[in-house]
Design a protein around this ligand. Structure first.
Ligand code: FMN
Length: 348
């Protein structure tokens, strides 16, 4: 790293080192224990996070099978965060106590989810339109547990009305130790490009009292450098690119922080097969469900490619393998398919 490059230094979250400060984003339906373990195996990653868990369900139906399936973390993943969502401070406090009792070393509060199922109930990003309630939620969680509490937000709810800076100040006052800012308004969903200028203001305003992480459309070392330059942030979080290339954080950790790379070949089909193996072993759901979910989870991979690439156009082999992937019905069929995909591409 040359002296003109933006710095990316490890930092502490309470007593927990975040090293390298490159984080895997929470992604519902994807970042289960199998995927998180894969990302950790592929190389250095500072922090992983569970899928989001409803505090309302934990308070009112604590034995819900669907919600308990999300309590899938293991100490081997340390450090990791468990993400909660909800708009009732008391429910969030109860949920935070429950996940900490179950081993969570960090509690993350979701204030970025825009999907109607969550936002229409006043949870997720909707809290960014009600800063008093948002602050009360953060305070209740911070008072309930003695582990670091973090928050994940959008730059605001309504397009053109950034509220992340005032929210960040409130969250810091309430005791949160880290804020991740996805550079889009909730109303944008995933449309448009991330605007990291608000994140830069968040860093400027609360950077001395909490860590600030930039998120949104970071896909490689080059875009990472640009976002670091623009925001001066303490770290970066990546989401969708990790679904396409789960090794991207390890690669960036190597290129930006000099971390060792266990394997630099990044063969998509081989890594997809490892994801399959870990998911089959670690995700405790019926085979039919795991296979159905895996079909969607493996689809973003460039399975027909012999090595790492993110060119937009797909080759004929990539198209053919995508079509075959979605037809797998059992573990055996999926494993067979992945072995063939690996053989077809390994020698190329
Ligand atoms: C399939 C999917 C599921 C997501 N689920 C969550 C979630 O449960 N909690 C959350 O805070 N963000 C969630 N997000 C948002 C990501 O964490 C991240 O903020 C967003 O994708 C922008 O980062 P990226 O451009 O690197 O993907 C999700 C995103 C995707 C694509």
């Amino acid at each position: 790293m040359s002296s003109s490059e933006p710095r990316l230094k490890p930092f502490q979250l309470g007593s927990i080192p975040i090293d390298p400060p490159l984080l895997l984003a929470p992604m519902a339906g994807h970042t289960h224990v199998g995927f998180r373990t894969l990302v950790r195996e592929l190389g250095a990653c500072g922090l992983v996070c569970s899928e989001l868990i409803s505090s309302h369900v934990l308070e009112h139906n604590p034995k819900s099978r669907q919600t308990r399936d999300l309590f899938d973390w293991s100490p081997a993943e340390w450090p990791f965060a468990v993400q909660l969502f909800g708009s009732v401070p008391q429910e969030m406090a109860t949920a935070a106590r429950l996940v900490v009792e179950a081993g969570a070393p960090i509690v993350d509060i979701n204030m970025g989810c825009w999907v109607p199922k969550v936002a229409k109930k006043g949870c997720g990003a909707a809290l960014l339109s009600d800063l008093l309630k948002a602050e009360a939620v953060v305070r209740a969680v911070c008072e309930a547990v003695d582990v670091p509490v973090t928050v994940k937000v959008r730059i605001g709810f309504e397009q053109g009305k950034p509220t992340a800076v005032s929210f960040a100040q409130a969250a810091a006052n309430a005791g949160a130790k880290l804020i991740t800012v996805h550079g889009r308004y909730a109303k944008q969903g995933f449309k448009g490009q991330s605007d990291h200028s608000v994140t830069a203001k968040v860093k400027e305003t609360v950077g001395s009292s909490m860590a600030v992480i930039a998120n949104g459309d970071i896909v490689d070392t080059e875009s990472a450098r640009m976002v670091l330059q623009e925001t001066g942030c303490d770290g970066l979080m990546l989401g969708r690119e990790c679904l396409r290339r789960p090794w991207i954080l390890a690669k960036m950790a190597h290129e930006l922080c000099g971390k060792p790379l266990p394997d630099a070949r990044f063969h998509p089909a081989r890594i997809a097969r490892r994801q399959f193996e870990l998911t089959r072993t670690l995700v405790k759901k019926p085979e039919k469900v795991v296979v159905r979910e895996l079909r969607g989870q493996l689809l973003p991979y460039r399975l027909g490619a012999p090595t790492d690439h993110n060119r937009p156009e797909r080759t004929e082999l990539e198209m053919e393998l995508r079509e075959r992937l979605v037809k797998a019905e059992t573990f055996e069929q999926m494993e067979q398919f992945l072995l063939e995909a690996e053989e077809k591409t390994w020698a190329n």
